[in-house]
Design a protein around this ligand. Structure first.
Ligand code: PBG
Length: 327
């Protein structure tokens, strides 16, 4: 038998760290990472989020410090979530020029300049007393079109306070078009929109709802967020958002939806982001705290997988830590 020894030996290129580095198909870089950050009104000390060890609800001051650290580590961007002191039915703190996110945006645009991209989540659930992503009809349903008017106004408030990119995360139909028209109408044609185009009704958001204090008081988000059973539908959402003027699109969560990340990447020609959400973070931190997995290796593998699936940008609560490790 002539084929006693294999001629093809894929192991040759795996033999040493230098060979493996040379042939690596995917690389992580600090500039591809975006750090989600929470800023809370009316607190004097940062508050740890118990279900997300290492993540804080920031004061304005601690946010400035943490954002500076992220920028210094080379993180590509940060995305802000606000937790207001007072909530009401229409989420009026969301577009108040002195609302917490607008104040934080003014702080950061003067601090950071162009060192990193400052973006904002654009939704109502952190701001409404009922915890839903929109305003409600008398019968307690989300009023899609009345919500669009609120989103338009929030976009303008965020743009005037200095955001570079707004990320509408409420999954209302027509939200990107409404926001684009409002931004353009108010003289902000340069502010970009990163659509949370593909957003599933996911159990992985659990810890975020503690961090952002936005669990719905009744019902759930299944009437607007996507059914985890569906993938084709994601392409429809993405194409609609692009038609409406989205500059980038996002898939969320990331880890359980890497097939969707790949399909979106293969379908569109704009940057694709994927959001490694709070539950993905919490699971790895919890298992590592128990000594059941190697924390650093698991974090790096999870992020590499997101890039390998085709995402250009990964939103991750580990952004600063990972950026430091990479550089
Ligand atoms: C909605 C929003 C959510 C997240 C980001 N934006 C929560 C939700 O839809 O219930 C979740 C992020 C995470 O879990 O890390 N404003």
């Amino acid at each position: 038998m002539s084929a006693q020894f294999p001629v093809a030996r894929p192991r040759r290129l795996r033999r040493t760290p230098a060979l493996r580095r040379l042939v690596a198909e995917t690389r992580l870089a600090p500039a591809d990472l975006v750090l989600p950050m929470f800023v809370k009104e009316g607190i004097t000390e940062p508050q740890p989020v118990s279900s997300m060890p290492g993540v804080y609800q920031h004061t304005r001051d601690s946010l400035r410090k943490a954002a500076h650290e992220a920028a210094e580590a080379g993180v590509g961007g940060i995305i802000l979530f606000g937790v207001p002191a007072v909530k009401d039915g229409t989420g009026s703190a969301a577009d108040d020029p002195d609302g917490i996110v607008q104040l934080a945006l003014r702080d950061l645009s003067s601090d950071l300049g162009d060192a990193t991209v400052v973006m904002t989540d654009l939704c109502l659930d952190e701001y409404t007393d009922h915890g839903h992503c929109g305003v409600l009809t008398d019968s307690g349903e989300i009023d899609n079109d009345a919500t669009l008017e609120r989103y338009a106004s929030i976009a303008v408030a965020q743009a005037e306070a200095g955001t570079a990119v707004v990320g509408p995360s409420g999954m209302m139909d027509g939200q990107v078009a409404a926001i684009r028209a409002a931004l353009d109408g108010a003289g902000h044609p340069d502010i970009a929109i990163m659509g949370y185009s593909v957003k599933y009704a996911s159990a992985y958001y659990g810890p975020f709802r503690e961090a952002a204090e936005c669990a719905p008081r009744f019902g759930d988000r299944a009437s607007h967020q996507q059914d985890p059973a569906n993938a084709e539908e994601s392409l429809r959402e993405v194409l609609l958002d692009l038609d409406e003027g989205a500059d980038m699109v996002m898939v969320k969560p990331a880890g359980a939806y890497l097939d969707v990340v790949r399909r979106v990447r293969d379908t569109v020609d704009v940057p694709v982001a994927a959001y490694q959400v709070s539950g993905e973070y919490a699971m790895i931190e919890a298992a590592a705290a128990k000594g059941w997995i190697d924390r650093e290796r698991t974090i790096m593998e999870s992020l590499l997988s997101i890039r390998r699936a085709g995402a250009d940008i990964a939103l991750t609560y580990w952004a600063t830590e990972v950026a430091r490790r990479l550089s």
